[in-house]
Design a protein around this ligand. Structure first.
Ligand code: IPD
Ligand code: CA
Ligand code: CA
Length: 275
């Protein structure tokens, strides 16, 4: 169980955002359309819920910790994000991970909040908005599903595993590369592939041992910040799809238990697009 002032602030922020997201989700169900709530094309789909939830998260944290800074997907504050990466106190926020699910009425999306000090992740919270489950982690203190400590799976062979994947919005080279990597994983007799549509909760599946591994060729820092620490604190490994440490910037992501990382890396690095 993680008890800290930082965790308390993050939970309060997620509570505030969850109220907003659930209200919009219920309105969406009643109107039975994505048209009123969404703007943008498939790439960069934004809803009023994304923006209002981010505003609520930042306002909640800022009222408790006024000097802290925010790297948040919708950038509602309009800050220079590149300048923030090594800030002393930085919160990395995805107010609604799984917007495409949300906009289509699919009840699987999350709030992801991570806290960094000088570029090092200290704490992460992923809230499954529909179930209310909290996935928390803190540097050196482990990873928890609500009150229960979790760990990555002990599976040492692909033929014991479910693997998660995500697709960036690109429908060209990146999607073809992802499909080829999936094909290679099936050739190793994995139990199945899952594409659930929220990177934060995909990383949770690795940390809780439900997925043996997960990869995606392009993610943004707010997609993986909390989930990366969650997997690491659960005993797993997270790198880029080339095997390098993750930057706090747009990156490929490969997360798995310790046993599968080497073999998964061979597969995903083999198909990784150059750009
Ligand atoms: C997306 C989701 C999705 C992943 C995309 C992300 P968003 O985040 O995490 O699962 O495949 O790459 O951009 O846009 O819903 O916050
Ligand atoms: Ca996201
Ligand atoms: Ca988002």
């Amino acid at each position: 169980m993680i008890n800290s002032d930082i965790a308390a602030v993050a939970i309060a922020a997620a509570d505030a955002a969850a109220v907003i997201i659930k209200r919009y989700f219920s309105d969406l169900a009643q109107s039975n359309t994505t048209e009123k709530t969404c703007s943008g094309q498939t790439q960069g789909l934004v809803t009023a819920a994304d923006v209002e939830a981010e505003r609520a998260i930042i306002d909640t944290i800022r009222s408790a910790l006024p000097t802290h800074q925010f790297l948040a997907e919708e950038n509602v504050d309009g800050v220079d994000q590149a300048a923030l990466i090594s800030a002393e106190h930085l919160w990395v926020i995805d107010p609604l991970d799984g917007t495409n699910n949300f906009a289509h009425g699919i009840p699987h999306f999350a709030i992801s909040i991570a806290y960094y000090v000088h570029g090092i992740a200290q704490y992460g919270l992923i809230r499954n908005v529909i179930t209310g489950d909290n996935y928390q982690c803190a540097k050196g203190q482990g990873a928890f599903e609500n009150e229960t400590a979790v760990s990555t799976s002990s599976a040492a062979d692909f033929n014991q595993c479910m693997i998660g994947v995500g697709f960036y919005y690109d429908r060209g080279e990146m999607m073809q590369a992802t499909l080829k990597a999936i094909d290679s994983l099936f050739a190793r007799d994995i139990h199945g592939i899952r594409r659930f549509g929220t990177a934060a909760l995909d990383l949770v599946q690795v940390g809780t041992g439900r997925f043996g591994g997960y990869f995606e060729y392009t993610l943004s820092p707010w997609d993986f910040a909390a989930g990366q620490l969650f997997v690491e604190e659960a005993g797993g490994i997270v790198t880029t799809c080339s095997g390098d440490p993750l930057p706090l910037a747009k990156s490929s992501v490969l997360a798995s238990n310790v046993h599968l990382h080497g073999e998964m890396l061979k597969i995903v690095s083999n198909y990784q697009p150059k750009n």
